[in-house]
Design a protein around this ligand. Structure first.
Ligand SMILES: [Fe+2]
Length: 418
């Protein structure tokens, strides 16, 4: 005898609950028909359907469900490059090496280039003071105004070692809880996105240090990943960032702008990208296949970024960057679980995407925990999970364990410094 089961969402009060029935002795085929009937009910949305035997073993499940009639339907966002050169560069690259190209301090100058003066005037004033002190110590009588620093950033007036001073002063301002400039849009300070990049850079260097990666390379990627926000704050910032760094000759680094928003997952033992980000539905046609991989139905129109992600092998920095981008806000660091809850409280998640996305995050976190504890990494397969609740519980557990490890790293680093 088999039991038809489902996790459903009540569309009237948007609560999830399990649904099952004890009426009748069902064969698997009959149980499937019962579930089909549930799916016709317009008041509920079947998030996950499955059938168990008498011993509660799952004998059938399906996460790939048609949600066409429900409120999750959102406009597809197509992420395409502006021209064939960018497209070719992205689509012909399967892996990159982020190390040994430019330093984090050099990267920060690229991030600041072309932003308005008022967005970073506080920073320019602080850096000008340092230069002034240096000049005065050489007994030269010259006044350095903040525009000199701004011009340096934009036109590259030569001043040895200044990139490092600019980066250090920016971190100093953040540590003091200050912004980088005075410009606001009434509500938000215009330098918030740059502060987010710096916080992510600092976090990246700590995470990298703990896993044996190069801390400065990791910081550089944290700093550069959102460079596209200079031009666009929508999801297109990924594409704009890639194009911007390509234009500036940072061919390798440009790839972090595409990968940071999309979770990696294993396909044939290799971590590839998925068109799967927090709270954003993938384009229609996305589903999770029997092997637990995110794939697309035949005839789905894929955009450039989706094509790129499916053929690009995430390196260890890309995987860390995904974790760091979840944790870093412009205010500070949050746990991955807390951040995901927070994002989903503002947007209705697409269940096809969000379950898969959460399992990707769980696996990246498990990978990190295994790495630093020198344990074998055993990823979770979404097909071994029975319900959306189970995914949430697992995410909370893994996120807590990750945060314990993270706080330990911080503690060790502070004692090292003392
Ligand atoms: Fe970001």
């Amino acid at each position: 005898m088999f039991w038809p089961m489902a996790i459903v969402r009540d569309l009237n009060n948007t609560k999830n609950y399990p649904l099952y029935t004890y009426d009748g002795l069902f064969t698997i085929e009959e149980a499937k028909k019962v579930i089909e009937k549930w799916k016709e009910n317009k008041d509920i949305d079947v998030l996950f359907e499955y059938i168990t035997d008498d011993n509660k073993n799952i004998v059938y499940y399906n996460m790939n469900i048609d949600l066409g009639h429900v409120q999750y339907k959102r406009k597809n966002v197509y992420l395409n490059f502006e021209n064939a050169n960018y497209k070719e560069a992205a689509l012909n690259t399967e892996r990159v090496n982020y190390e040994n190209v430019i330093t984090a301090a050099d990267a920060f100058i690229v991030l600041l280039k072309d932003v308005e003066y008022e967005t970073i005037n506080t920073l320019c004033i602080e850096v000008a003071k340092i230069i002034q002190e240096e000049i005065q110590s050489k007994k030269i009588n010259l006044y350095v105004n903040p525009y000199v620093v701004y011009n340096y950033i934009n036109k590259k007036i030569d001043y040895p070692g200044l990139n490092k001073i600019v980066l250090d002063q920016a971190y100093k301002l953040i540590d003091e809880g200050k912004k980088l400039g005075t410009k606001t849009d009434g509500k938000r300070n215009a330098s918030n996105w740059i502060i987010h990049c710096l916080i992510e850079g600092a976090l990246m260097s700590k995470l990298a240090d703990a896993t044996g990666l190069d801390a400065d390379t990791a910081m550089k990627l944290g700093i550069l990943h959102d460079v596209g926000r200079k031009k666009d704050h929508s999801f297109m910032h990924t594409v704009k960032g890639f194009e911007y760094l390509m234009d500036h000759g940072l061919t390798n680094e440009s790839f972090c702008t595409l990968t940071h928003s999309f979770s990696p997952s294993l396909k044939d033992g290799i971590n590839i990208g998925n068109r799967c980000a927090t709270g954003d539905p993938p384009i229609d046609g996305f589903y999770v296949n029997e092997k637990g991989e995110g794939v697309f139905e035949k005839d789905t129109i894929l955009d450039d970024v989706t094509y790129f992600l499916a053929n690009y092998e995430y390196n260890s920095y890309d995987i860390l960057l995904n974790i760091a981008d979840l944790m870093a806000t412009s205010e500070g660091i949050k746990s991955p679980y807390e951040r995901i809850q927070n994002i989903y409280s503002k947007r209705t998640p697409d269940p096809r995407n969000s379950s898969f996305f959460k399992v990707c995050v769980i696996n990246s976190l498990i990978r990190f925990i295994s790495d630093i504890n020198e344990e074998e990494y055993t990823p979770i397969n979404i097909r071994d999970i029975n319900s959306t609740e189970e995914i949430d519980n697992l995410l909370l557990k893994v996120s807590d364990s990750f945060m314990d490890n993270y706080l330990n790293i911080i503690k060790k680093n502070t004692t090292k410094r003392k």
